[in-house]
Design a protein around this ligand. Structure first.
Ligand SMILES: Nc1ncnc2c1ncn2[C@@H]1O[C@H](COP(=O)(O)OP(=O)(O)OP(=O)(O)O)[C@@H](O)[C@H]1O
Ligand SMILES: [Mg+2]
Length: 286
C-alpha cells in the first residue's frame, strides 16, 4: 500500500521499499472511559512497518510518561484494556488484530516469570503450552539458557535471581517461541547501567539471529538511538506520533558507538526535543 493515510509528520520519511507491510496503524485513537472522566491516551497514530528480508526493523518508541507508548504496544499485542482501539485500524500480517497471538511476543518491565518454575521450565513453558514433548522443549530451553548467559542457573527459581537474570529468562522465554514481532516495553528499565549495556548487546545479537521485527519502548534516549533503526517520538496530551527519526544501525558495541559524533548529535537533538515536550506539557493548564 503506498497511500497510507496519515497526518503524522515524519511518516513520509518511512522508507517504502515495495515490501509487504508487517504492521499498519491507520489513524488509531484510544480513549479510556467516557464523559467527563474520558482520557484520550492515543490520538490519530498512523505508521507502516515493512517486512524486511533477513532481519526485521527495530522501532524504538520514546516520549514523556503517559504519552501512550505502552498503549500503542499493547494495542498491537491485542491486550485489553488497551485493545481494541476506539478508532482506526491496527493491522498485523495483513489482517486486523483481533487479540493476542503467538506471532507477537511481549516482554515488559515486570519480567512476568512463573515463581514456582525453575529457570529451565520458565523458558520451556510456552513450548509446553504448544504441546512440544518434554525432551524437545528441555533441549531447546537448554540452548536458550546458553544464549542468554545463564548456564549454571537452570535449576534456580526466579526469587533466587537478580533483576538482570530474571529479565534474561523472560527474554529467552519469549524468543524461544520465535515470534515474528517482538514487543518490548521498557524491558531494561529496572537494570543497573552495566547490566543494561550487556543486555543491549545481547538483544542486538539475538535480534539479528531471530530476524524478528522489534518494537522497543524506552525512556533512555541513548538506548533508543543505539538500538533503533527508526525512532518514533511521541508527545503527550493527547498521545501523538510527532516524528519518525532514522538512526543508522550499529555494528559495534554500545560503549564504542556512544562516542561517535553522529551518535552524540542524534542524542542531543532528541534530548532537546523531549525536554521541550516535557516543558510544553508542564505549562499546559490543569
Ligand atoms: N487502563 C487504563 N485506564 C485508564 N487510563 C489509562 C489506562 N492505561 C493507560 N491510561 C492512560 O492513558 C495514557 C497513556 O498511558 P500509557 O501507559 O500508554 O503511557 P506511557 O507512555 O506508556 O507512560 P509511561 O512512560 O509512564 O509508561 C495515560 O494518561 C494513562 O493514564
Ligand atoms: Mg508505559
Amino acid at each position: 500500500m503506498t497511500d497510507a493515510p496519515s497526518k503524522t509528520p515524519g511518516l513520509e520519511a518511512a522508507p517504502d521499499r515495495g515490501l509487504p507491510e508487517l504492521v499498519v496503524f491507520r489513524n488509531v485513537s484510544k480513549q479510556f472511559g467516557s464523559g467527563p472522566q474520558a482520557k484520550v491516551a492515543v490520538q490519530d497514530v498512523s505508521f507502516v512497518v515493512h517486512d524486511l528480508p533477513n532481519v526485521g526493523e527495530l522501532i524504538a518508541i520514546v516520549g514523556p510518561s503517559g504519552c501512550g507508548k505502552s498503549t500503542v504496544l499493547r494495542m498491537l499485542a491485542g491486550l485489553s484494556p488497551h485493545f481494541p482501539p476506539t478508532n482506526g485500524e491496527v493491522i498485523a500480517f495483513g489482517r486486523p488484530v483481533t487479540g493476542p497471538g503467538a506471532d507477537r511476543g511481549v516482554v515488559d518491565q515486570k519480567y512476568s516469570l512463573l515463581p514456582h518454575l525453575t529457570v529451565l521450565d520458565n523458558i520451556a513453558f510456552g513450548l509446553k503450552l504448544r504441546g512440544i514433548s518434554v525432551a524437545e522443549r528441555r533441549a531447546q530451553a537448554a540452548e536458550w539458557v546458553k544464549k542468554v548467559g545463564l548456564t549454571g542457573a537452570e535449576t534456580k527459581y526466579p526469587s533466587e535471581l537478580s533483576g538482570g537474570m530474571q529479565q534474561r529468562v523472560a527474554i529467552a522465554a519469549t524468543l524461544i517461541l520465535k515470534p515474528k514481532i517482538l514487543l518490548m516495553d521498557e524491558p531494561f528499565g529496572a537494570l543497573d547501567p552495566k547490566t543494561r549495556l550487556r543486555m543491549q548487546t545481547l538483544l542486538i545479537e539475538l535480534w539479528k539471529e531471530q530476524q524478528s521485527t522489534v518494537f522497543f519502548v524506552t525512556h533512555s534516549v541513548e538506548e533508543a538511538i543505539y538500538l533503533g533503526d527508526r525512532i518514533f517520538r511521541m508527545t503527550a496530551q493527547p498521545g501523538r506520533l510527532a516524528e519518525i527519526i532514522m538512526s543508522p544501525r550499529p555494528n559495534e558495541p554500545p560503549d564504542v558507538v556512544r562516542k561517535k559524533p553522529e551518535f552524540m548529535r542524534l542524542t542531543q537533538d532528541l534530548l532537546r526535543k523531549l525536554e521541550e515536550d516535557e516543558l510544553g506539557t508542564r505549562e499546559m493548564p490543569l
